[in-house]
Design a protein around this ligand. Sequence first.
Ligand SMILES: Cc1cc2nc3c(=O)[nH]c(=O)nc-3n(C[C@H](O)[C@H](O)[C@H](O)COP(=O)(O)O)c2cc1C
Length: 165
Amino acid sequence: MAVSGSLQAGSSNRSLLESAASLAPEGVEVVFFEGLRALPHFDPDLERDAPRPEVEAWRRALSESDAVLVASPEYGHSLPGSLKNAIDWVIGTGQLYRKVVAITASVSYAERGRMGLQALRQTLEAVSAIVAFDAPIVKGPDADGEITALLRQIARAVEAARRDE
Ligand SMILES: Cc1cc2nc3c(=O)[nH]c(=O)nc-3n(C[C@H](O)[C@H](O)[C@H](O)COP(=O)(O)O)c2cc1C
């Protein structure tokens, strides 16, 4: 499953994910999760009431995926609030537990985006996800090669996780 941490139209992170979908090997289906914007702010009180359909859709999409690829901008030296909020919704329910997750950021220069990825990694480690890839990808002629390498890394991590089950 592909998740963009950016909600804006024309997002470069969204474009990166679209490239990943087109570069994915045969047999690998990349499904985009489009519901980040619709998730309510995490609130334990909502959790105790009837489950919200938007939250159920997010949890189901994670459960049905072998792996998750997140491409996200850095906002204020951290991860976007909407992405953190989405992760908060599965801390107690475990859909990211031992889930293979690759994280990247579409950037103009190699040194950009790293603090956002560091914060995202920290949050994913808190829910015991398996972080299979963690580096920004610079826009330009080498991007497709790096995305292909990232996809290989995900495939290897999924196989290793299956062996460990
Ligand atoms: C509110 C805001 C805060 C940002 N904070 C940072 C930052 O702390 N570090 C950084 O490298 N870029 C920062 N940026 C730049 C974005 O990470 C960059 O524009 C990114 O490419 C946007 O991704 P998108 O095209 O997928 O929306 C910020 C942008 C916005 C709008």
